[in-house]
Design a protein around this ligand. Sequence first.
Ligand code: PEP
Ligand code: MN
Length: 339
Amino acid sequence: MLIVMKADATERDIAEVERVITELGFRPHSVPGPSRTAICVTGNQGPVDITPFENLRGVAEAIRVTKPFKLVSVDLRPEKTVVKVGDAQIGGEELAIIAGPCAVENREQVFAVAETVRRSGARFFRGGAFKPRTSPYAFQGLGEDGLKILAEVREATGLKIVTEALDESGVDLVERYADVIQIGARNMQNFSLLRRAGRSRLPVLLKRGLSAMLDEWLLAAEYVMSEGNYNVVLCERGVRTFAQHTRNTLDLAAIPAVRRISHLPVVIDPSHGTGHNYMVMPLARAGVAAGADGLIIEVHDHPERALSDGAQALTLEQYEHLVSEVRAIHDVIAPAPVG
Ligand code: PEP
Ligand code: MN
């Protein structure tokens, strides 16, 4: 159920609605907007009786939600969400750029890439300390030592750190050293991990699962949000299809499709979405042209020596060129009309 408050509803009116929801054994999620506050009810298995709410002071209407989406939905929040990360943000007017190596390999590599990323004007640095590798014998990441290097990058450059947590204990560590928790494609339906991230104070970058439908991806975001963390960024990183010319098929139609349902920002990952260096630039351009709020790009100072995902890594020069092009494209894209 969704309770829409009147524009002149007071904080006391809102608190009273929240109290009644809690008393019924459910959880209230108040989402203030520029024109009104909406309160979403979660924790109910079946339909909630709307009558106790209809006559409470300040309530404009109580709506029964029949769709599976509640907290991600534009019904709850018609305005787009801007996820704030300190003084940076994703979903605002500026195109968010998250760039860095696939994996943290050593301090020299990370700092070489970070310096270029900082100079490009990007606000976010990516790099995995815990790598979800297909083979148990492949490089698994430096673990906490890798996070320490990322924290040094943050200190030295002011870049916000986006890094993956593979499990719940990984979230504890990421919280200590980084700014945004990445949940990887392989973990998109790891529900205990999603719930743990939902109890974090850090925003979550939620990658689409390798074979996830839109509904499944958005419901994964609901898991995070239902625990009280509303700062979720969706990341389209390609899904598995019969195509053999790419590592994954980057689904750019997901951008307008998500927009129709959800207020959450969407970023595009053309690196994992294609798997090939030469395809990253054209798909990054296309993602921005299709209305993405940002890009996440893998960059390496020596791609041929990369310990993971070298084939899709951009060189420092290619990355700089990409940033200047996608910024120019973003400048000519007007904010998309709702609908
Ligand atoms: C990554 O960002 O390096 C990564 C492993 O991504 P994904 O979960 O999309 O495969
Ligand atoms: Mn990677």
